[in-house]
Design a protein. Structure first.
Length: 295
């Protein structure tokens, strides 16, 4: 999706959650993504995702070993070392000896969604009970049937970042997998992963059908759109130094710069105004890695 607060000419996002619930989408004028009273725009809302930690030296690791979450729920994985991998080392801002209370130690929060743990997650909908949530199958399944009230609609699964050690300064990675994405035909339907920052900025990686199936970034404008044909993949938002980038699987979607601490994360299913058909998606294997992160 591209939702946010009132940008013109593109996707717009909702207010960044620091913990707990977020709602609404982005209002834009004349752009791809509106909501909450935006005029003619498209909106995107995000949902925090996580991924299972991998072995040291893999393309997406930051060095050292991460312990992967088992099939049953949350896990905390420490990440040793700060260098050498494709994503680069952990920056001084978040490295050992940093200013945070945990001395900048790098860690990870992972969730394989044996259930939706209320200690870490909340859900929010623009219209109560419009979407269904099934978290009893070892993943998180979001769905909406045909027909919906006018305007932008979404459901977001929101991570309480404070509950896992946030805000997160310096380098971080945020992941979530999606599968069985089914988008309606009569408008724009969106599957998204969102990151929100202390300075009020936001960064969403979006899978939608706004111009055929595509993936792009929404940060108040639509960036890096790439045509795709898949209905499953793994979103990743990564910051190394000040380089902030979005990926679908191993493909770079778009990058920019950012240095503000991460304060919010969520994953989302949504529709833009005029889209009234059914949509559904399955999310799984969320992970957040960064300084002082744990669970």
């Amino acid at each position: 999706m591209d939702d946010a607060a009132g940008a013109s000419g593109g996707d717009t996002p909702s207010t960044a959650p620091t913990s707990g619930t977020t709602s609404g989408g982005r209002g834009g004028s004349g752009g791809a993504e509106p909501s909450n009273g935006g005029v003619g725009g498209t909106v995107e809302q995000s949902a925090g995702g996580a991924t299972l930690g991998g072995d040291a030296g893999a393309a997406d690791n930051w060095g050292g070993n991460a312990e992967s979450a088992g099939a049953g729920g949350n896990s905390v994985a420490g990440i040793g070392g700060a260098g050498g991998a494709a994503e680069g080392g952990v920056s001084a801002a978040s490295g050992a000896g940093g200013a945070s209370a945990c001395n900048g130690a790098i860690g990870a929060f992972s969730d394989a969604f044996a259930t939706l743990d209320v200690a870490h997650w909340t859900t929010s909908q623009t219209t109560p009970n419009l979407y269904t949530v099934d978290a009893a199958q070892g993943d998180v399944r979001l769905a909406k049937t045909d027909g919906n009230p006018a305007g932008f609609q979404n459901i977001a699964v929101v991570l309480n970042v404070a509950s896992v050690g946030g805000p997160v300064a310096g380098d971080f990675e945020e992941f979530v997998s999606f599968s069985n994405a089914s988008l309606g035909a009569n408008g724009t339907y969106q599957v998204e992963l969102h990151a929100y920052f202390e300075d009020g900025s936001f960064f969403f990686v979006v899978y939608d059908n706004s111009s055929g199936l595509n993936v792009h970034v929404w940060n108040g404008a639509l960036n890096g759109a790439k045509a795709i044909a898949q209905t499953a993949g793994r979103f990743r938002i990564s910051r190394v130094g000040t380089s902030l980038a979005a990926y679908l699987d191993s493909t770079l979607v778009w990058s920019t710069t950012s240095s503000s601490p991460l304060t919010g994360a969520e994953f989302s299913l949504q529709v833009q105004p005029g889209a009234t058909g059914a949509e559904s998606v399955t999310f799984d294997d969320f992970e957040l890695q960064g300084a002082c992160v744990g669970g």
